[in-house]
Design a protein around this ligand. Structure first.
Ligand code: COA
Length: 136
């Protein structure tokens, strides 16, 4: 396996992040312009994993107040590159960059085997749709 480097998101990564979102079936992030706005919004922290042979293979984004609280909004690794430690590298890099003391997240359960490896507290979570319509 080629080496993987975890680096801060730059605008040039947006098309590959959009392809990753397509691969993991996240339809709200398949437009590179949306990806760029999500990754560069005020309070956003975002890292990508670059494989020397395969290019961008992972991505994470969190929102932080820079002091206490952050929310891990997105974390994905291409299926063919999972279980190489890339998800953990992205999570640690993103968490450290938030400057926060804790990170909340919601997950549908498929990634539970990943998150339980980190120090954590299980809480009940909600995803709200203030506009009334369920977003993807
Ligand atoms: C969750 C995800 C990001 C993990 O990425 P990854 O690069 O495979 O994770 P890592 O290789 O760093 O895994 C670290 C450890 O977590 C655990 N783990 C990871 N994926 C797991 C799984 N599917 N089931 C059980 N344990 C898992 C393992 O203990 C693993 O260590 P090991 O391989 O030495 O046993 C990846 O599976 C993914 O992109 N899933 C689809 C998108 C998603 O669900 N994102 C999270 C929603 S918020």
């Amino acid at each position: 396996m080629a080496t993987v480097e975890v680096v801060p998101f730059e605008d040039e990564h947006a098309p590959a992040v959009a392809r990753l979102a397509t691969a993991v079936q996240w339809p709200s992030l398949t437009d590179p312009d949306v990806v760029t706005r999500v990754c560069t919004a005020p309070g956003a922290v975002s890292y990508v994993a670059l494989d020397a042979s395969h290019g961008l293979v992972g991505w994470a984004q969190a929102l932080t107040d820079g002091e206490l609280q952050a929310h891990l909004s997105f974390l994905a690794v291409l299926p063919d590159h999972r279980r190489r430690g890339i998800g953990m590298l992205l999570t640690v890099a993103t968490f450290q960059a938030t400057g926060a003391k804790r990170v909340d997240l919601v997950t549908d359960g498929a990634a539970a085997g990943f998150y339980v490896r980190l120090p954590h507290t299980r809480l009940e979570g909600y995803r709200l749709y203030p506009g009334g319509a369920e977003a993807t």
